[in-house]
Design a protein around this ligand. Structure first.
Ligand code: MN
Length: 258
């Protein structure tokens, strides 16, 4: 049997499970809220074109309105000023869209402290148990935040001092960008940076360092809890929006079950 026949057969027999890491898209899907004077993206919406009626008697279809960074989505290097000469989302090599993933679970830490920041020492501790982060793969950072994705308020978790959601430290962002062998980071939160990262020096270090290094972001992932620490393969499908800074994406994981 060819390798692809084996793959299809394993998926059919559930020896390989396909896990959906994607949030549902509708008008209530949380979107980031930047403070004034910054511009904001609009919520996702459908506008009916026809529904088996005078406008189209046998067919139903909609126009969609969405931000590039809405719901589960892909950040391309050009999203950030540090990556302005890098790839737009249509130029991301398709071979990077299927890649191995390490899953680092810091949901207990994030539950105890919503401003929890991942440090290089946390990753090294994880590596001492599970081996190195996968070359050419993703570091998926589990924080339990997907459980809040049904509510914009709980998901953004903002108070008068701004949003409080977990992320990575400045040092960790630099380490992931320059030393770790990964192509990017995937998170469960609204963006790859911590909620308080507007106040970091530099601000939004994860975006600045990773996208500036030509790496990628995956955000608002779900179901990381059912993935093993190592061995899963991520299939990320952003739309090839020409000149796009990112795109909503269907993100799946393949997991071998024995
Ligand atoms: Mn984004």
């Amino acid at each position: 049997m060819s390798v692809l026949d084996q793959l299809v057969s394993a998926i059919r027999s559930a020896a390989i499970e396909v896990v959906d890491l994607t949030a549902r898209l509708d008008a209530s899907t949380p979107v980031i809220q930047l403070p004034a004077p910054f511009a904001n993206t609009v919520p996702f919406s459908l506008r009916e074109v026809s529904r088996y009626d005078d406008r189209g008697p046998a067919w139903y279809w909609n126009d969609i309105t969405t931000g590039e960074h809405t719901g589960t989505h892909f950040d391309a290097p050009v999203h950030w000023i540090t990556g302005r000469d890098g790839a737009d989302v249509s130029a991301v090599p398709v071979s990077s869209l299927i890649a191995p993933a390490a899953v680092l679970d810091f949901s207990a830490e994030a539950a105890a402290d919503p401003d929890f920041l991942l440090e290089p020492a946390h990753v090294r501790q994880w590596e001492s148990q599970h081996g190195p982060l996968p070359a050419g793969g993703w570091m998926l950072y589990r924080t339990g935040w997907d459980a809040r994705s049904g509510s914009q308020r709980e998901f953004l978790n903002a108070d008068e001092t701004g949003p409080h959601t977990p992320g990575v430290s400045v040092e960790c962002a630099r380490w992931l960008a320059t030393e770790a062998p990964v192509i990017g980071i995937g998170v469960e939160t609204v963006g790859t940076d911590a909620g308080a990262a507007h106040s970091f020096e530099p601000p939004f270090p994860c975006h600045a360092a990773l996208l500036g290094a030509g790496k990628y972001g995956l955000t608002q992932l779900q179901n990381l809890a059912v993935l093993p620490p190592t061995g899963a393969v991520v299939i990320a499908g952003p739309l090839p929006i020409v000149a796009g800074s990112g795109s909503p994406a269907r993100v799946l994981a393949l997991v071998e079950r024995s």
